[in-house]
Ligand binder design. Structure first.
Ligand SMILES: Nc1ncnc2c1ncn2[C@@H]1O[C@H](COP(=O)(O)OP(=O)(O)O)[C@@H](O)[C@H]1O
Ligand SMILES: [Mg+2]
Length: 236
């Protein structure tokens, strides 16, 4: 049984189709990449899994049980956390306050200090800046804070929407190194990325979305070697 399995997911925004037929599976311990051009449906897919938009059709199975249509807080409680596109931080609040908000659904409150320690160990920069306002941080630091906030709920699966967007190449390298470290600690990741190159380097498996449907899938290496993928996403 896959940790997460999405079958024929459809999401509508009024009369508009967000996604029409997304199918994917995520096995425990993997990094899975969701690739596709702007507007392909990556964010919609992640938001539907996280319970932020209601599916109009299809199935989302978590550890074999349907979760589609559950409210977001129940999905967080089951072990799925989202680090959203554009980070959605409370910019007027401190780094630590933002992290604590990520733990709102942590069932065992005694775990909170341990989760904070874990995030501060992963990102020493956040520890140094714990009292600083989130809005005064650099792009890379904000991405780390968004990741750290998602990790505060002690997820089994981390959904990451465009972690490299707007970041300098050196910072992107750091972010991806962190993702590999999280994988080594046993976390499972589903990562939406417009820039396919790095995503395919770290991904065990990848899916390509086109206008709201899954059109290709394979191992990271298979897709990196696929002529169509190279032409569309890798500039080759
Ligand atoms: N809030 C919204 N209202 C209406 N249409 C939307 C909304 N969000 C996304 N869409 C549409 O849904 C489709 C998928 O978008 P999105 O999931 O954001 O793609 P991606 O993340 O791959 O860029 C696009 O056609 C987009 O215009
Ligand atoms: Mg998006």
């Amino acid at each position: 049984m896959s940790l997460l399995s999405v079958k024929d997911l459809a999401v509508r925004y009024g009369d508009l189709i967000g996604v029409g037929a997304v199918t994917l599976a995520v096995e425990a311990g993997q990094i899975v990449a969701l690739l596709g051009a702007n507007g392909a449906g990556k964010t919609t897919t992640l938001n539907a899994i996280a319970g932020l938009v209601p599916p109009a059709g299809g199935q989302i199975l978590w550890q074999g049980k349907p979760i589609q249509g559950l409210p977001a807080h129940q999905i967080v409680s089951r072990g799925i956390a989202l680090s959203p596109e554009g980070w959605r931080l409370f910019t007027g609040q401190s780094v630590e306050a933002n992290l604590r908000l990520g733990a709102t659904r942590l069932a065992d409150r005694k775990q909170l200090p341990h989760r904070l320690d874990h995030v501060f160990t992963l990102f020493p920069r956040l520890a140094e800046r714990r009292r600083q306002q989130a809005g005064t941080m650099s792009g890379g630091e904000r991405q780390m804070l968004a990741l750290g906030r998602a990790l505060m709920s002690a997820p089994k699966l981390l959904l990451l929407d465009e972690p490299s967007l707007g970041l300098a190449p050196a910072v992107v390298e750091q972010v991806f190194a962190t993702l590999l470290r999280l994988k080594a600690e046993g976390l499972t990741l589903l990562l939406a990325e417009q820039s396919a190159e790095l995503a395919l380097e770290v991904a065990d498996r990848a899916y390509v979305l086109q206008t709201g449907a899954t059109v290709l899938s394979g191992t990271g290496a298979e897709l990196a070697g696929n002529a169509e993928v190279r032409r569309a996403y890798l500039g080759g």
